[in-house]
Write a protein that binds this ligand. Structure first.
Ligand code: XUL
Ligand code: CO
Length: 432
């Protein structure tokens, strides 16, 4: 144990506790719809926000002081020790990381790679000792200045090559650690101005890059899911993986719709002008639902503030879609969330996760009750009941002329029916 979290106890489920270091709703062993809460939620801590982020914002730099800040491998190991101490305190089953979060950048590709393998071997030992698992690994192809004009979509083929070589190493270490997914977020895959951008070429590069990642994952026998994380803008003005619908079109274009799924982030959905549940429902309808990043934005600031979730009603509607989709398979609930920069203390880091896990647990319970009660689904089914009739069944296999003749023969005159939105909203609120 490091001393960073000294005095903070392991968090357990005790709704009656009189102190803050307790789960009041997240009871990992509680059964819901045939699975435990832990199995439903599959919580993951994001290494980057909790351990690599220094507390900066566009107007100021580092606010956090951490014993592991520094660019040596010794620092990287203290960081890993502290991270695994936190995993032990929280008891969440998973974590996620980028290469750049866990090892200092070397002077050469070879040095960076050697460091990545060294630290992930160290992770491997700790995972073995603690039972913490890897939800997903990923490559940071956006922070270093070499990626300023894109990674796969860079006008310079050398950057494409460097990025491809990096993804190979990151898939390797994800595979080595038994990671259940590999994520690609195209942070710089977009443009700042169309005046210097060949969109057609850049899309082709991104498509081929993704095919190569899928081909390599198959080759080494990686059994996890490959996931794209949609986001509409920020850091670039426009990103090619704008939202779930855009990603699906992209996957179809490159023959990858059965190979790649999506990791949907609440804050990114909002930036794209959608609700989180919209993105989840669409991904499920398209058969590409994979995993979630459960972090919200501040609704006034209009940018990706990556805050821990704290709205039970919002979270409930999201898990309703997750449950309807059959729940997670390889995916889970990753907190791609960071503290506010004034939240300096070790206990802030713990309490942020504790609160978020409780909010998710309450949302999940509400969602399960909504689904098990069945009233919402009954109402939805009733609304489309006509499509189950002989006329409804035949229509989609018919043609315009036949339909036209039938409408005339039957003197068809459709009568509108209420969508009952307020009644359904009242119903949904009863579970919250
Ligand atoms: C950025 C973001 C990333 C991805 C992983 O907005 O969400 O942290 O989750 O690269
Ligand atoms: Co994310």
């Amino acid at each position: 144990m490091t001393d960073f979290f000294d005095g903070i106890p392991a968090i357990t489920y005790d709704p009656d506790a009189t102190h803050d270091f307790t789960y009041r709703s997240y009871n990992p062993d509680e059964m819901l719809m045939g699975k435990t809460m832990a199995e439903h939620l599959r919580f993951a801590v994001a290494y980057w926000h909790s351990f690599a982020w220094e507390g900066g914002d566009p107007f100021g730099g580092q606010t956090f002081e951490r014993p592991w800040f520094g660019d040596t491998m010794d620092h990287a190991k203290i960081k890993a020790d502290t991270a695994f101490d936190m995993f032990k305190i929280l008891g969440q089953p998973y974590f996620c990381f980028h290469d750049a979060d866990v090892r200092p950048e070397g002077d050469t590709f070879a040095e960076s790679t050697a460091r990545l393998h060294e630290i992930t071997d160290y992770f491997g030992e700790k995972m073995e000792q603690t039972g913490t698992k890897l939800l997903w690994g990923t490559a940071n192809l956006f922070s270093n200045r070499r990626y300023m004009s894109g990674a796969a979509t860079n006008p310079d083929p050398d950057v494409f090559a460097y990025s491809a070589a990096t993804v190979k190493e990151c898939i390797d270490v994800t595979h080595k650690l038994g990671g259940e997914n590999y994520v690609l977020w195209g942070g710089r895959e977009g443009y700042e101005t169309l005046l210097n951008t060949d969109m057609k070429r850049e899309r082709q590069q991104a498509g081929r890059f993704l095919q190569m990642a899928v081909e390599y994952a198959h080759k080494i026998g990686f059994k996890g899911s490959i996931l794209i994380e949609p986001k509409p803008q920020e850091p670039t003005k426009h990103q090619y993986d704008y939202d779930v619908a855009t990603v699906y079109g992209f996957l179809k274009d490159f023959g990858l719709e059965n190979e790649v799924k999506v990791n949907i982030e609440q804050g990114h959905a909002i930036l794209a002008g959608h609700s989180f549940e919209h993105e989840l429902a669409l991904a499920s309808a398209l058969g590409i639902f994979g995993s979630i990043d459960m972090n919200r934005n501040d609704y006034q600031s209009g940018w990706d503030t990556d805050q821990f979730p704290n709205s039970v009603p919002e979270v409930a509607l999201a898990y309703y879609e997750v449950l309807k989709a059959g729940g997670f398979t390889t995916g889970g609930t990753n907190f791609d969330a960071k503290l506010r920069r004034q939240s300096l203390d070790a206990q802030d880091l713990i309490l942020a996760h504790v609160g978020a896990m409780d909010v998710c647990a309450r949302g999940l319970k509400a969602a399960a009750a909504m689904l098990e009660d069945g009233k919402l689904e009954d109402a939805r089914e009733a609304r489309y009941a006509g499509w189950g009739s002989a006329r409804g069944q035949g229509l989609l296999n018919s043609d315009l002329e036949t339909i036209n003749a039938q409408v005339k023969a039957d003197a068809l005159n459709p009568q509108p029916a209420s969508g009952r939105q307020e009644a359904l909203e009242n119903l949904a609120n009863r579970y919250l």
